[in-house]
Design a protein. Structure first.
Length: 225
């Protein structure tokens, strides 16, 4: 078992934890966006989808039990992702206690340079999102069970839509660099298919970002009301 402990403590092990937890989170954000596309099918379709999520696993599981199990797994993935990111960052700082006189950024793009504090912004946004559309704590016109109404009423407030749009742009950058780095952390890096890695990362980030940004835009422009 010592090799497991050694791997867990190593930089490679922490990056692997970050990659695997990232896969879970990438799958969630894609599925979440695809499910929310039912907004364009009307109130009945979106609310029926939301009720299906609450009834998921029935009759084996009680009402919302499977959904809460899924939420707890996601929370564990978020915790593992944040822990590994923090540990890798600390090790990076420890290896280079002082800043270079001249910083070369040949290999770093904007997404990579904003990865750490962008993750903090995304974390704060997720908290706001839960308080806004899940619990209704910071929603001015929240109706329990009526997801369509809550989305339309929430995004009708311009600054709320602005927060969602800005946060999802940061999420897009995070997804792009995260997906690209994930393959490398898992040892799937080779010049013959690095271009495929980059194209996949770009496509994934663009699809999720455009889909998520379209929701507040659709409400603000009156396409959805």
């Amino acid at each position: 078992m010592s090799w497991i402990g050694d791997f867990w403590k190593s930089s490679l092990g922490k990056k692997a934890v970050m990659a695997v937890s990232g896969i879970i989170l990438f799958g969630f954000v894609l599925g979440h966006m695809l499910g929310n596309l039912k907004l364009y099918l009307g109130a009945e379709a979106l609310n029926h989808y939301a009720e299906w999520l609450r009834q998921m696993g029935s009759p084996l599981f009680p009402h919302e039990a499977a959904l809460w199990i899924f939420r707890l797994l996601l929370l564990a993935a978020v915790g593992a992702h944040m822990w590994s990111a923090w540990k890798v960052t600390r090790e990076s700082w420890a290896a280079r206690p002082s800043q270079y006189v001249k910083t070369e950024r040949v290999q770093l793009d904007y997404a990579a340079r904003t990865m750490r504090w962008g993750g903090v912004i995304i974390g704060l946004f997720v908290l706001f999102h839960l308080l806004h559309l899940t619990t209704g704590t910071v929603h001015g016109d929240f109706v329990p069970g009526d997801v369509y109404h809550n989305v339309v009423a929430g995004f009708s407030v311009w600054w709320v839509s602005a927060v969602y749009i800005l946060a999802n742009l940061f999420l897009g950058l995070h997804l792009y660099h995260g997906v690209w780095s994930m393959f490398q952390s898992l040892g799937l890096s080779h010049p013959t298919y690095n271009s495929w890695r980059r194209n996949f990362a770009v496509a994934f980030a663009v699809v999720v970002t455009v889909g998520n940004v379209s929701f507040p835009v659709a409400v603000l422009t009156g396409l959805v009301s």
